[in-house]
Structure formats: structure tokens, C-alpha cells
Design a protein around this ligand. Structure first.
Ligand code: HEC
Ligand code: HEC
Length: 453
């Protein structure tokens, strides 16, 4: 075989490995099927790439410059359609990424972001593309404006696991369901020597949303809230251990941390880190960053729009004795204020979120009879999910999460709706957001095409 044939046969391989990694990275709950499907999609993608660069040739810069409106309109339609497909089906993610990468490449090659006229006129579009493209760079897996290495170096003290949770006896007990009670006894003993305001709040539950980064099929968790101290600038830490299911030989490695630090003006900053445990032959357990160990990372902010997420466990998976702790912690983050991600992500660059349309717009899209329906009243997510409260629910976002909260009945907060009304609500929220209709564009397209000049 000649060198070039060999190259073209093997060139897509690293890509497929990446796709495999990507399947984990999405952390969606769709277990192994997802991995297999993404892998398949990847092979399709790789074969496309084999056709050579001409297949996806970018338009010459002269034509983009001559008719910027035509180019922007066309790309916005392609992007929003691909985003909706990717929202609904992980299999469509590679196609979405291709569209996004293509737009970024043209912006760079034609130096459009540096063209003051263009960048001003299409500011929403240019900044949006820049922000959602961050995690397309291999050293920006978290999707933040700085490389992952820098983020972890700068935020280390905020997300360190407290010393008392690294106790070996505790770590051994918390790693298995069979000994989880022992781990909880250890936490209760710690609490006996703590002031009421410093006591750990903890409970175990089963997640209805996602497995752990090291095992897509593992849903059991122990969540421990370690109180902070605003006056002393000590962050509040939410430390979550993945707990191995009963009878499983291979132990779960992941531990996740989200921290919250109160800031000025009713805002709080939130920082993220995943850790992996290493179970050594001699029985000792060490803890290192997941990213540092080479297991990649996730775009946490894609799902954690509001910084800390409420816990909406699988029904019956929390013991009656621990149920009050779930309510306590779900109340607790409501006191934090509006989320920010430090200087690492400006969520406003992602535009308005689900449900931020006017009644006039809705009557045109859904018909005059829409007004007054139960769905109409419930399409009010922006009362709470907007920059001044819990952050907007804008793309990129996770369908498992949003569907679960709306169909499962948690959202909109405080509404009683029938199942059929919930299904209708969800369908309309998604349509209204992603619609690319020419005369009646949805929330995302309208905003991307808003011209500043
Ligand atoms: C695919 C969506 C998704 C991604 C990506 C994601 N999370 Fe979460 N996370 C959730 C959900 C949903 C919960 C709430 C518990 C549940 O339902 O499983 C949660 C809960 C948590 C908790 C418990 C505290 C809380 O907010 O409720 C921690 C800690 C956590 N995640 C850390 C992380 C870190 C660190 C990352 C990035 C490395 C990350 N998560 C990425 C969906 C996600
Ligand atoms: C009256 C206020 C209110 C309304 C209206 C509301 N929510 Fe929420 N929502 C909350 C609160 C409070 C939380 C939990 C707080 C948090 O996550 O910080 C939450 C959390 C969520 C979450 C998980 C956390 C996140 O930010 O991703 C989703 C998804 C969600 N809401 C979707 C919706 C959708 C969709 C609607 C509209 C159909 C809606 N909500 C309407 C108050 C509201």
C-alpha cells in the first residue's frame, strides 16, 4: 500500500477516538447506545472527510464581503437547524459541529471579526459563534474563555476537596453502596463537633439525568454540601461522590465539585471540577483531577446554567429520613442570587433563552386561539430564567435536563399542568426557540440576525 492510501485509511482514526471520548463527554443518560451511535456517526463523518476539503469548500471571501447579509442569513439558518437536530439527537452532533466549525473558519479566513463594520453590524452573531466555538478547541474542553489548564490553576483553591473528605476510612466506605451507611456515620460524627451553621448537609439519591463520567450506567450519588463563609470569602462547596452499585466489582471513580462564592449585587460566582479516585492494590485511595489524569472534561456550564442545579432525584431513591435534606439544599442555592462563572464565561453572549417571546409573536406562530390556553400561561420561563435571576436557558443546552424538568413536572416552578399540557408546552417552547421560518423566525434566529447598525 502506498503511503498516501495508508494515510487516508488511517487519518480518520484519531477522529473516531475523539468521537468516542465525545460520547462520554456529553454525559447524557442514554447509556451505551449513545456511545455506539456516536461512534457510528463518527465513521460517517470520517468518511466524509476522506472525500477531501473541496466537499465543504467555504465561499470565497470576496463573495461573503460583497453580500454579507446573504452569507449570514444562510449560515444562521444552517446553524440553528443543526443545533435543533443536535439538541434532539446526539447522533446529529457531528453535523452541527461541522456547520459551526465552517462558520468559524470563514470568520477567521475572511478576517470578518476584525472588520469593524461587519463585527459591529452582526455583533450578536460574531460573539455567539466565538463563545459556542470555545469548546471546539482541544485545550478548552470546559468551554471557558481561558484554556482548561489555566482555569484549573486559577480556581484551584475554590474547588479543592476538603481535607476531612479525603480521610481513607471515609473514602473506602463511600465507594460502595454496601458500606455507604458507614460513610454517613462518619459525616454525622463530624457534625457533632461543628457549629450548627457549619454542619454538613448530605443525602444519597439516584440521578434521573446522567451517569458518571467513568460509567454512563451509574446513577447513585452521595451529595455533601459543605457550608462556606461569605464574610471570610470561603466558598460553599457541593461535593458529589459517585457510589458503586451493589455487587459491582469495578468501583466508581468520579467525584464532582461545584462551588459558590457570594459576590456583589446579588450575584454569586460558581466554579467546577471533576476528580477521579484511584483505587490502589494496597487498599489506599488517591484523588486527582479527572482532566489532570488525562480523562478529558465536560462543558459543565452547558447544563449548569444556574450554577448549582436543583436535585430532582428518581422517585423513592431518597430515604424518608434524608428527604428534609433534599429540601434544605434545594432551598439553599436559591439564596445565592444570580449565577456567574467568574471571568470565564459571559452567558449573555449566548442570547435570550427559552420562552423569551412576546404574546404577539406567539399568536402569529401558534394561532389566535393560543392566547388564554394553559400552555400560554405556562410559557413564562423567563420570569425566572433570565440574566438577572437564574440565567437564560439558551443553546447550547441539554435536552435530557430540560425535557425532564418540563415533562417530569418540576417546571415551570409552581404550575399544575396535565400531562398533555406539559407535552404541548415542551413542544411549543422548543419550536418557538429554534424556528427558522423566513417570516416568523424563532428566538435564536431573530436574535442572531438582529443588526446593531
Ligand atoms: C449533561 C448535563 C451536565 C453536565 C455536562 C454536567 N452536569 Fe453536573 N449535574 C447535572 C444535573 C442534571 C445535576 C443534578 C443532579 C442530577 O439530576 O443528576 C448535576 C449535579 C451536579 C453536582 C451536584 C450539585 C448540584 O449542582 O446539584 C455537581 C457537584 C456537579 N453536577 C458537577 C459537575 C461538573 C464539575 C461538571 C463539569 C465537569 C458537570 N457537573 C457537568 C448535569 C450536568
Ligand atoms: C417562578 C420561577 C420559575 C419559572 C417560571 C420557571 N422556573 Fe425553572 N427553575 C426555577 C428555580 C427556582 C430553579 C432551581 C434554581 C436553580 O436552578 O438555580 C429552576 C430550575 C430549572 C431547571 C434546571 C436548572 C437549570 O437552570 O438548567 C430547568 C431546566 C428549568 N428550571 C426549566 C424551566 C422551564 C423550561 C421553564 C418554563 C416552562 C421554567 N423553568 C420556569 C424557577 C422557575
Amino acid at each position: 500500500m502506498s503511503g498516501s492510501v495508508l494515510r487516508s485509511v488511517f487519518a480518520p482514526l484519531p477522529l473516531c477516538v475523539k468521537c468516542f471520548v465525545f460520547a462520554r463527554w456529553t454525559r447524557a443518560k442514554t447509556d451505551q447506545i449513545l456511545e455506539v451511535m456516536s461512534f457510528r456517526a463518527c465513521i460517517v463523518l470520517s468518511s466524509f472527510l476522506l472525500l477531501g476539503p473541496t466537499t465543504f469548500a467555504a465561499p470565497p471571501c470576496s463573495s461573503v464581503r460583497a453580500q454579507p447579509d446573504v452569507w449570514v442569513n444562510g449560515r444562521v439558518d444552517a446553524l440553528v437547524r443543526a443545533a435543533q437536530a443536535a439538541y434532539e439527537d446526539d447522533d446529529a452532533v457531528p453535523a452541527y459541529q461541522r456547520v459551526l466549525d465552517g462558520i468559524s473558519a470563514t470568520l477567521t479566513q475572511c478576517k470578518l471579526s476584525e472588520d469593524a463594520n461587519f463585527a459591529n453590524r452582526y455583533r450578536n452573531f460574531v460573539e455567539y459563534i466565538r463563545t459556542i466555538s470555545l469548546d471546539r478547541q482541544s485545550d478548552h474542553e470546559l468551554g471557558f474563555v481561558v484554556p482548561d489548564r489555566q482555569y484549573f490553576a486559577e480556581t484551584r483553591t475554590f474547588v479543592e476537596i476538603p481535607e476531612f473528605l479525603m480521610n481513607q476510612t471515609f473514602l473506602r466506605a463511600v465507594s460502595r453502596s454496601e458500606t455507604l451507611e458507614r460513610a454517613k456515620s462518619y459525616l454525622r460524627e463530624l457534625n457533632e463537633n461543628r457549629e450548627p451553621s457549619e454542619r454538613l448537609i448530605f443525602f444519597s439519591y439516584k440521578s434521573r439525568h446522567l451517569g458518571t463520567p467513568d460509567n454512563d450506567n451509574s446513577f447513585k450519588r452521595l451529595l455533601i454540601v459543605v457550608p462556606g463563609n461569605t464574610a471570610q470569602g470561603v466558598p460553599e462547596k457541593w461535593v458529589q461522590f459517585g457510589v458503586t452499585d451493589p455487587g459491582r466489582r469495578v468501583r466508581i471513580r468520579n467525584i464532582s465539585v461545584v462551588s459558590a462564592i457570594a459576590g456583589p449585587e446579588g450575584k454569586f460566582d460558581t466554579y467546577f471540577k471533576d476528580y477521579f479516585r484511584t483505587y490502589r492494590r494496597n487498599g489506599s485511595i488517591s484523588i486527582n483531577g479527572r482532566w489532570e489524569l488525562g480523562y478529558g472534561d465536560d462543558n459543565c456550564a452547558k447544563c449548569h446554567k444556574s450554577g448549582i442545579l436543583p436535585i430532582f432525584p428518581v422517585a423513592g431513591s431518597v430515604s424518608p429520613a434524608e428527604q428534609p435534606a433534599v429540601e434544605t439544599i434545594n432551598q439553599r442555592f436559591l439564596t445565592y442570587g444570580s449565577p456567574r462563572f467568574g471571568k470565564y464565561l459571559d452567558q449573555r453572549k449566548l442570547g435570550p433563552g427559552l420562552s423569551s417571546a412576546t404574546l404577539e409573536d406567539r399568536k402569529r406562530r401558534f394561532g389566535a386561539s393560543f392566547e388564554g390556553s394553559a400552555t400560554a400561561r405556562a410559557m413564562s420561563c423567563t420570569a425566572c430564567h433570565q440574566p438577572q435571576r437564574f440565567g437564560s436557558l439558551s443553546w447550547p443546552m441539554d435536552s435530557t435536563l430540560i425535557e425532564s424538568y418540563v415533562i417530569g413536572g418540576q417546571m415551570p416552578f409552581g404550575y399544575k399542568l396535565r400531562d398533555s399540557e406539559r407535552a404541548d408546552l415542551y413542544e411549543k417552547l422548543i419550536r418557538e426557540y429554534f424556528d427558522t421560518d423566513k417570516t416568523q423566525p424563532g428566538i435564536l434566529k431573530s436574535w442572531l440576525l438582529t443588526r446593531v447598525q
